[in-house]
Design a protein around this ligand. Structure first.
Ligand SMILES: [Zn+2]
Length: 370
């Protein structure tokens, strides 16, 4: 099934060294051309959108704003097909919807593919940053022979004024955020939710750094899930999603044009974390990580470090195979599980049968990376 929980980075210390900065992430839509529009009554609310499934106990409907509605099929009445096709909201409509949802305390600023909801009266420093990251993301993949598709929906990010506002809003949405969560991307809402760690005080430059890092990680997730690099409605291996998110944290990846050296693409924090685990490496860890997501629950610091190292190694040494593997995984069937044996087989198909050999090569390569 798809990941309904936001993709969340657990605690990680920024390069500045003191500020815990968790980050989260997401899922994307492969908006097929054969979608049609349904209207249905679910208890006291009306749901309009493209059904992703109509069989089974739970129904998922893709709304025109890009959010997913989920409800028990038994609670739904009065099914009506209201359109043979499906159209996402355009920017003007989406902007109006966001303004009425968030009210006068917020402004909605747009740039490029983005609409950013942020505290009213604040100089618009947000939308242009998100839009620039989006362009960098496209550039990075374009350089590797992968042309991402244009997002089907405007990309929405919500920046709350402070942590309290962020936590309260997340709770109302059913997302309990842990004390070290700085932001997240949710596959269900298709939105980034975060807060301004400077709380509007530009003099808190070190906190701006943390805010910027959160934006980069989450924007990478959101862009990947909205441009076909990941499949938003298909189960995606966690290591692949977080590997890409952490890959983009390095300046040589999120700003490749200005930082072309390989050393700029190394995520220094992740490399340091990875070395700790590499010193006591258990043979077979690579096969385990690419097959199941368990390590993310058991030891998230190790999981993120290994996800980053694996992604860095594969994208540096076999970029074509890596992008081809991304395509295979993104095209997994909608709303279906991705069982471990299938994950393993797809990985071996892309990178070779002998994972012990691949693992040994990766460890050697990573030990030399400066
Ligand atoms: Zn993440």
């Amino acid at each position: 099934m798809l990941s309904e929980q936001p993709y969340r980075l657990s605690l990680y210390l920024l390069l500045l060294g003191w500020l815990p900065a968790p980050v989260l992430l997401p899922a994307s839509v492969a908006c097929a051309g054969d979608l049609w529009t349904l209207q249905v009554q679910v208890k006291n609310r009306r749901v309009t959108g493209a059904p992703l499934n109509l069989k089974g106990k739970t129904c998922y409907v893709l709304r025109r704003d890009g959010q997913l509605a989920k409800f028990a099929t038994a609670d739904a009445t009065d099914f009506k097909k209201i359109d043979n096709g499906f159209r996402a909201f355009d920017y003007a409509t989406m902007r109006g919807e966001l303004m009425s949802e968030f009210g006068n305390a917020f402004d909605v600023s747009g740039a490029g593919q983005y609409l950013v909801v942020h505290p009213a009266g604040e100089r618009d420093k947000w939308a242009s940053r998100f839009a620039a990251l989006y362009r960098s993301f496209m550039y990075y993949f374009g350089q590797r022979g992968f042309t991402p598709s244009k997002p089907a929906f405007p990309l929405v990010a919500v920046v709350f004024r402070d942590r309290q506002q962020f936590v309260q809003h997340s709770l109302r949405q059913g997302n309990a955020v842990s004390s070290n969560t700085l932001g997240y991307y949710s596959p269900m809402t298709n939105r980034i939710m975060m807060y301004d760690m400077t709380a509007g005080d530009a003099s808190k430059e070190s906190r701006w750094q943390a805010t910027a890092e959160t934006i980069i990680h989450e924007a990478a997730h959101q862009t990947a899930f909205n441009t076909g690099i990941h499949g938003r409605f298909a189960e995606q291996p966690r290591w692949l999603v977080e590997g890409l998110g952490t890959l983009f944290e390095a300046p040589g990846v999120w700003d490749a044009r200005n930082h072309p050296a390989q050393s700029d693409r190394v995520n220094a924090y992740r490399r340091q974390a990875f070395r700790k685990y590499a010193d006591n490496w258990k043979k077979g860890t690579l096969a385990a990580v690419v097959s199941v997501d368990r390590l993310f629950q058991q030891n998230s610091d190790a999981a993120y470090a290994i996800a980053w190292a694996t992604t860095f190694y594969l994208s540096e040494t076999s970029p074509r195979r890596y992008t081809s593997y991304l395509k295979t995984v993104a095209s997994r069937p909608v709303l279906k599980n991705y069982p471990a044996p299938r994950r393993l087989a797809d990985f071996q198909q892309a990178f070779g049968e002998d994972l012990n050999l691949l693992e040994a090569r990766m460890l050697r390569y990573m030990s030399k990376i400066e």
